[in-house]
Structures are given as structure tokens and as C-alpha cells.
Design a binder for this molecule. Structure first.
Ligand SMILES: C[S@@+](CC[C@H](N)C(=O)[O-])C[C@H]1O[C@@H](n2cnc3c(N)ncnc32)[C@H](O)[C@@H]1O
Length: 376
């Protein structure tokens, strides 16, 4: 079976009805919960600055990795800028200090909508004045590689991105093992093989992420990240992953002949949602970071619960998955994507997963972690 050629990952660009910018309210919830951790990280940075290298005399360098585009792209770096300004005002009571200088970098993969990001960054620089002097840049590239010079960063943030892998597991692709078996009889026997392969790929990628950031952060530098995790580490008989609904919807479309069955069998989503204990174990094993604090919370907050419906869920799913679906099943028409949204809504209705999430029984949670680069 042919495997995917190199996937070009990005969210739906622009500002239109199906864009990530318009359909990322759930991800925004996770970002909002990270703000306190970012404030604490900035305070921690100032408190640990040595008298020979006081931070208030330096330009602080902050990066958000996997920023995407739209309103969420700036949430974390804006929180960091605000925290620095507040801290500086506090210190100014004691001594006269010039406005802080910050350098802000936004990173994503090269096919991200950086045009929209550039405009947002220009607005951020403008709005920070005169309280802070902000310079900004965009860094296209994979966060599984080195992106910045050694010991050049003070704070790294990343929201909702680390469950995206550098690639779908090679052993599944080269072995022609579908990530979602369309045959219901065979599916249960394949399930553990699929999950184990994805787990190994996540471990490899996350190790790489940590060691790259460990080189780029100054000793004592901070990292605040959030990702979707599974709450339970009980054996999973159901293939509970954020892409399960997507694969069920595409399977349904393949069975009805809307998309090719052969293409369905060779479609892989490079995404894995680990159990939270897998994440902390890898951080401990890699050894460059100490975990200061973790916060776990429901994917849906009360405001979102009050407004969410199946259409919102299917639009949100489309905004994230359309680019890789369109690449693999090309050519895809608007009609195919409308069919996809209808199939997603059908699967959500059948599995009652929207109801489960609204009643707080989601198998997933957002997990925010505040880490410090160990000083050696
Ligand atoms: C769901 S979006 C999250 C965007 C934003 N941080 C938020 O919270 O709304 C995930 C982003 O991670 C990016 N991404 C995935 N893998 C990446 C990698 N290896 N390097 C850089 N960015 C990556 C995707 O392109 C996408 O824009």
C-alpha cells in the first residue's frame, strides 16, 4: 500500500468561515488557562536573575512555538509582554527603570499563514508602546529541530501543538497498516499496534523537542506548554484519539464511495494524544527540565458549553484537518468537504461524544505545564 508522501501541515488559513482564525475557540480556552502560568514564569525569571546579570537591563526573548494564525497566534506572547510590563511598573516604585525591551518570535511550519501573523505582530508592537519596546520576528520551521541560537531564549510557550507529530509512524506507513481499520472485525486486533506505534513516535518527537529547547533556553529559562492529554492510563479498547471522529467520518465516506477506499487505507494523521503520565515520564527521562507546576482542565469551559453545537464542532474539525485531508484525497471539492462535515456531525451524534464532553465525561483534558530549564 502506498504511504503518504511528506505531509505539509497547517491549519485552514485566512479569516473565512472555515478558517482556523474563526474556529479555534476551544484552543483559546487552553491558552487562557496558561496566562497565570506565564505570569508566574516571568516573575520566577526575574526572581532568579543574578545580580551580575539583572534581567531588567536585558532584552527578554520570548517565543511561541506552533502559533498558527488568527487571534490565538498572539495570546501567549501578549500575556508574557503584559506580565513584564506589570513587573516593571512594580519595580519602578523602587527605582527609575526604562521601558522593558522584548523580542518576540512566532514559530510554525513553513506552510502556516504567516501573512496574517505578520499583520498581527505589527499591531502588537504598536499597542505595546510606550509601556514596552517590542521587536518581533517569525521563524518558520519545525519545533522538532533547533530553531534559535544556543542560550538565546528566556521563555518558550506552546499551546495545542505538541500532539502534532513530526510524521505519522513510519512502521505503520511502510507496513501498509492503516491507522483506522475500516473492517470492524479486524479493527480490535490492530488497535494496540496502532496506538503503540503512535506512542513511540510521540516519545521520539517529544524527547527531540525538549533537547532542542534545552539548548536554546538560557539556564533557568522557562517553558509553559499545553497539550491535549488522555485522563486515564487504563488500556484503551476504543482507539480514543482526537482523530478518531475524523477517521470514522472518512471511513463512512469511503464505504459510501464518496472518497477512495484505497486512499482512505493509506491516510495517516500525524497526531497523538498521550496519557499525561507519558508526558511527565519523558520530561523526567530527558532530564533537562524541572516541572514546576501542572494544571489540568476540561476542554470546554462554561462559556463554550453554552454556545457549542454540532455545526461548531464540525467546523472546528474542518479548520484543523482540511489541509491534510485535501492534500491526500486530492482533488477534493467543496462538496466533499461539506460531506465531511456532515459525516463528522453524524459520528458525533452516534457516539454521543458531544454530550459526554458537555457533561464533563470527556476522555481528554488540556494539560498545562510550567517547566524550568535546569541550571547545570
Ligand atoms: C491547533 S494549532 C494551535 C495554534 C495555536 N497555538 C493555538 O493554541 O490556537 C497547532 C499548530 O501547530 C503547528 N505545528 C504542528 N507541528 C509543528 C512543528 N513540528 N513545528 C512547528 N509548528 C507545528 C501547526 O502547523 C498548527 O499551526
Amino acid at each position: 500500500m502506498a504511504s503518504n508522501s511528506k505531509q505539509s501541515l497547517h491549519m485552514n488559513p485566512g479569516q473565512g468561515e472555515t478558517s482556523y482564525a474563526q474556529n479555534s475557540v476551544i484552543q483559546k480556552t487552553a491558552q487562557e488557562r496558561m496566562k497565570t502560568l506565564i505570569e508566574e514564569a516571568m516573575t520566577g525569571l526575574y526572581n532568579t536573575a543574578t545580580s551580575s546579570s539583572p534581567l531588567h537591563q536585558k532584552e527578554l526573548v520570548i517565543a511561541d512555538l506552533g502559533c498558527s494564525s488568527g487571534p490565538n497566534a498572539l495570546t501567549l506572547v501578549s500575556a508574557a509582554v503584559d506580565a513584564v510590563v506589570v513587573h516593571r511598573r512594580h519595580c519602578a516604585g523602587v527605582q527609575q527603570l526604562p521601558p522593558p525591551e522584548l523580542c518576540v518570535f512566532l514559530n510554525d511550519l513553513p506552510d502556516n499563514d504567516f501573512n496574517t501573523v505578520a499583520k498581527s505582530l505589527a499591531a502588537l508592537k504598536q499597542s505595546a508602546r510606550p509601556a514596552a519596546m517590542v521587536t518581533a520576528g517569525m521563524i518558520p520551521g519545525s519545533f522538532y529541530d533547533r530553531l534559535f541560537p544556543r542560550a538565546s531564549l528566556h521563555l518558550v510557550c506552546s499551546a495545542n501543538s505538541l500532539h502534532w507529530l513530526s510524521t505519522a509512524p513510519e512502521d505503520l506507513k511502510s507496513g501498509g497498516i492503516p491507522m483506522y481499520e475500516s473492517d470492524e472485525q479486524t479493527r480490535p486486533s490492530r488497535l494496540q499496534v496502532v496506538l503503540d506505534s503512535y506512542g513511540r513516535q510521540f516519545r521520539k518527537d517529544f524527547m527531540q523537542f525538549l533537547s532542542s529547547r534545552a539548548q536554546e533556553l538560557v539556564p533557568g529559562g522557562r517553558m509553559v506548554v499545553s497539550l491535549l492529554v488522555k485522563r486515564s492510563d487504563e488500556p484503551d479498547p476504543e482507539l480514543t484519539q482526537p482523530w478518531t471522529t475524523v477517521m470514522m467520518a472518512l471511513c463512512d465516506m469511503a464505504m459510501r464511495g464518496v472518497i477512495s477506499k484505497e486512499k482512505f487505507d493509506s491516510f495517516y494523521v500525524p497526531m497523538y494524544c498521550p496519557v499525561h503520565s507519558e508526558v511527565s515520564k519523558i520530561i523526567e527521562e530527558e532530564g533537562s527540565f524541572e516541572i514546576n507546576k501542572t494544571v489540568m482542565h476540561e476542554p470546554f469551559d462554561d462559556t463554550y458549553k453554552a454556545m457549542v453545537n454540532l455545526k461548531m464542532m464540525s467546523l472546528g474539525t474542518r479548520a484543523v484537518f482540511e489541509p491534510i485531508i485535501a492534500q491526500h484525497f486530492a482533488p477534493t471539492s467543496e462538496q466533499v468537504m461539506d460531506e465531511f462535515m456532515a459525516a463528522v456531525e453524524r459520528q458525533l451524534r452516534i457516539s454521543r461524544s458531544l454530550e459526554a464532553r458537555l457533561s464533563g465525561e470527556s476522555p481528554f483534558a488540556f494539560w498545562c505545564l510550567a517547566l524550568t530549564r535546569a541550571i547545570r
